[in-house]
Design a protein around this ligand. Structure first.
Ligand code: ZN
Length: 168
């Protein structure tokens, strides 16, 4: 297993959409092992393949360190609750923190590491994590979901030559 390098904003590779996984082979399993090791080495709860420079629709979530990380391949969110404001951070946007709207319940359809299709319903942090990571597969970062007010705050902070502290 190997720890992978994490791409950081504004790297344009983070903005490219990812392609579905079609082959469930040893190379995929090695990538999953490496993604899990990379995630475990951080305080983050999720990692998407494009963050480690692989444009494939692969997500790993670890919302509870006591449980094994969950793998979602080709995840599709098929239903979601009304969104709520959640405070987020992202390994690919270091130093940035802010409130974004996320559903706190989602239905998901995906493949597991062996290529078997499954459905599941996720709640709370699991739902928020999956939604954030699926955004990465489409080239979206959480800062794109900031409100106009937060964007203005960030711009003002940059003009003043300091990092802004985002607030609601
Ligand atoms: Zn992220």
């Amino acid at each position: 297993m190997a720890k992978l390098n994490i791409l950081e904003h504004p790297d344009p590779r983070l903005r490219e959409p990812s392609a579905p996984v079609e082959t469930f082979d040893q190379a995929l399993r090695t990538l999953l092992d490496d993604m899990i090791e990379t995630l475990r080495a951080t305080s983050a709860i999720g990692l998407a393949a494009p963050q480690v420079d692989v444009r494939r629709r692969i997500v790993v979530c670890r919302t509870d360190p006591a449980r094994e990380p969950r793998v979602f391949i080709n995840p599709e969110i098929t239903g979601s609750s009304r969104p709520a404001y959640i405070e987020e951070q992202c390994l690919s946007v270091p130093g940035e923190k802010g409130l974004v709207m996320r559903p706190t319940r989602v239905s998901v359809r995906a493949h597991d590491a062996e290529g078997v299709r499954f459905h599941d319903k996720l709640e709370d942090l699991d739902a928020v994590c999956l939604h954030h990571e699926v955004d990465h597969l489409d080239g979206t970062l959480f800062i794109d979901r900031f409100s106009l007010w937060q964007r203005l705050g960030r711009t003002a902070g940059r003009l003043l030559g300091r990092r802004p502290a985002p607030s609601p």
